[in-house]
Design a protein around this ligand. Sequence first.
Ligand SMILES: Cc1cc2nc3c(=O)[nH]c(=O)nc-3n(C[C@H](O)[C@H](O)[C@H](O)COP(=O)(O)O)c2cc1C
Ligand code: SF4
Ligand code: SF4
Length: 272
Amino acid sequence: MSNKKLQVTLVFLSPNGTTKTLAKMVGESLNDFNVRYIDLGDAEIQDDKLQDIIGTTDILGVGTPVYHLTMLHPIRKFLDNLAEVDGSHYGFSFVTYGHVSTGKAISQVCKALHNKGYGILGALKTTAPHFYESLDGYPADDDYDLVEEFVNIIQARLENNISWDDMNKLLNFQPLKTKIMYHFAQVFARFRVPSIKYDADLCNQCKRCEKVCPVHIIDADNLPEKGDGCFHCYNCVRFCPTGAMHTDLSKLEKLVNLNKRIVSENPVRAVI
Ligand SMILES: Cc1cc2nc3c(=O)[nH]c(=O)nc-3n(C[C@H](O)[C@H](O)[C@H](O)COP(=O)(O)O)c2cc1C
Ligand code: SF4
Ligand code: SF4
């Protein structure tokens, strides 16, 4: 198969920006392809337009941060709504995670693409800072090397396809401990994630929280009510200039540190 002029679309969601950075790194390394980017957090993107774009895509790359050992729910919805394709379409996944574990995110994205008819070219994972940490040092030099390795593998697998059975074996890399933890993580997430509080006296109605919410569920005129689908990215807290939107981050840091001690995935970065 000739790599020339193939259309690659990189679809991602990235509340804190690190998955978006990774998408750009992958896209900029795919020199022999036409590359376009779709940020699902972009309020402008309409479902029908999205489907039109995907309809003219040869290779679909799907990027998600890992939250509670899984992909973000808008990514799942995007994958669920994807139209089925014939065998001439390919897909891959790229994920960022906060040094705990990628859990099931990579295999879930790849399996969803496979179920829609995409031939799976591989996956890429790298660790990235949490939103309360500095982004200095990300991406690391190792990340650039990893992306280069990934792009080489994609190109090789376009020439010599890897079977789904073989790919599925590669995707099944998590230790049993992580597979068991996955189910607990889904339940714990509901109870242990610090809640977001709102102090109307401090709110100046700047509407910044509305703009930075990746799932657009905030109407600043109706706070503290929010629409359904908050996945606790804390963008509304981080970007609130007055502290009207606030939370106790120490709880979150403790939770993350505990999780790091329990699972802590190795190798940290990998091409699959
Ligand atoms: C609510 C929440 C849950 C998270 N869960 C995990 C997790 O299960 N494993 C992990 O390694 N990192 C976890 N992280 C860290 C993110 O995966 C990491 O910061 C990622 O790089 C964020 O991507 P972004 O910059 O594109 O938003 C979590 C972060 C948040 C806010
Ligand atoms: S409401 Fe706040 S924490 Fe929830 S998804 Fe939107 S920005 Fe993130
Ligand atoms: S960002 Fe903060 S101050 Fe601005 S509207 Fe939202 S809650 Fe109010």
